[in-house]
Design a protein around this ligand. Sequence first.
Ligand SMILES: [Mn+2]
Length: 358
Amino acid sequence: MKFVHIADMHFDIPFTSLNTREGLGEKRRLEQRNVFKKVINYIKDNSIEYFFIAGDLYEHEYVKKSTIEFIINCFHEIPNTKVFITPGNHDPYIKGSYYETYNFGDNVCIFNKSQIEKYEDKNVNIYGLAFTEFYMEESPLLDVYPENNTKVNILISHCDLNGGKDADGFSYNPILESKLNALEFDYIAIGHIHKSNIETAKKAYYPGSPISLGFDELGKHGMIVGEINKDSFDIEFVPLDSREFKVVEIDVTNFASREDLVENLLDINLERKNLYKFVLTGYRNFEIDVRQLLKAVNIENVLKIKDCTKISYDVEELAKQNNLKGIFVREAIKAYNSGQCTEEELQKAIEIGLDVMK
Ligand SMILES: [Mn+2]
């Protein structure tokens, strides 16, 4: 049997991190559609029998009806492919959800219970379950045993491999990888983590998000395609996203002025199609205002500049001085010690003050 496996499309996510450049969020949402069309075309061109979507296909909170209709039209284009969807924590199968209210087509099976259900096909049995809330405390994946070993057995689920609770105390179908590996499935199609684990996985595979959603999702993004039979196993990662998010570090220690820095930033060799974040490191000799800097470095695909530099003044040494600078630094430290400002604010205050006294 031949299949395509994707997860974490997150249709209509707001892309707030791209807002620093006007119109880019919308552009990226169109690119989500393009990437999905690429998947559909791959399925057509290669006569793929099964299409697995392991959750977070869309953003329940933000997705537009027109996007749902776009997705359904895509499914209509592949009538000979059986599509299986296991809703995740961003697109749970809940009352009033588009999964419940729209007809996705005869070739689409949407799992709608938080317990494992089985779909029997000629040579393949497909097991799956849905998030029916925005979280899932206990994993139902522990005791699933495929009943028929002459068929190819597939399990699909949105789950958090080796996961625990998030900062707000929620969990998302957490399951130990070793437990999943012990289940007698031929392939376990999972979603939730946006980076593919195809290099290290033994049985439970994350394809990652088909399109990168931001600077915490570096590297290539795409889908897993495969052909599995009872006696053969062949899978491959196919990149889909035409852009990559990239982080470039710049050490500012040797730059004497803001102008120096801007000049150097403008000289960095960038690929037009990629999206960049600059991270400034080292010791700064002048005040850095990242917003101003982003304006000065007016390059369309540089979206963010992050300042991780440290002040180059020797504050302790300055505080000992018997002059205006010394008095100023001692006062600033006093304010910090009495809790009137954060360490970062202290550094900034000293920097600005000393800049004026130069
Ligand atoms: Mn998820």
